[in-house]
Design a protein. Structure first.
Length: 210
């Protein structure tokens, strides 16, 4: 199954992607992670992306799509994948269609801005391995310490209230129109955010006919 997860920043896409990944036995492709990996491995597209980032510029769509195309060609993606964090704009979605990247369904997690503001302020990320936690919803076993690798948990600048507000504005303006784009193609499945992570996962699997 080839899926896209849509939703505002803080909607829980990363958490749901991890769960779906186990349930459906397909890898999660997070743009941020593959971008970092491509840069670290020094792939041609990775080096191109790095030159933009070093100059403080946004990585252009064609470079992002190039990195995704490289990643989707790997063996573990042949039975499907979950894309998290891309496409972010109609232009990216159109570029992916042109590149021949197709999907079975696009799941949009519906959640209010207020809930997101509350949620994001509690997010913590491991400095070492990048694992995500939440002080209320997904707390680590030991406060401030990553369960996976023992690294230090920090609040990203991205999760500070003023940053969250700005990111939500960008989401509503640039990414939300993708819902119509995929609805027109008969791919959109809207799922209301539930009161627990597990219930939201069930709702997503139900929407996917699982």
């Amino acid at each position: 199954m080839k899926l896209i997860l849509l939703g505002a920043p803080g909607a829980g896409k990363g958490t749901q992607a991890e769960i779906l990944c186990k349930e459906l036995s397909i890898p999660t492709i997070s743009t941020g992670n593959i971008l970092r990996a491509a840069i670290k491995n020094g792939t041609p597209t990775g080096l191109k992306a790095k030159s933009f980032m070093d100059a403080g510029k946004l990585v252009p769509d064609e470079v992002i799509i190039g990195i995704i195309t490289e990643r989707l060609a790997e063996e573990d993606c042949k039975n499907g994948y979950i894309l998290d964090g891309v496409p972010r704009t109609i232009a990216q979605a159109e570029a992916m269609e042109k590149a021949g990247i197709v999907f079975d369904a696009v799941v949009s997690i519906e959640i209010s801005d207020e809930t997101i503001m509350e949620r994001m302020s509690g997010r913590r990320v491991c400095e070492a391995c990048g694992s995500s936690y939440h002080v209320v919803a997904v707390p680590p076993k030991q406060e401030g310490v990553c369960d996976s690798c023992g690294g230090k948990l920090v609040q990203r600048k991205d999760d500070a209230p003023e940053t969250v507000k700005a990111r939500l504005e960008v989401y509503h303006k640039e990414t939300e129109p993708l819902k119509d784009f995929y609805a027109q193609r008969g791919l959109l499945k809207s799922v209301e955010n539930q009161s627990s992570v597990a219930e939201t996962s069930q709702a997503i699997l139900h929407a996917l006919g699982r």
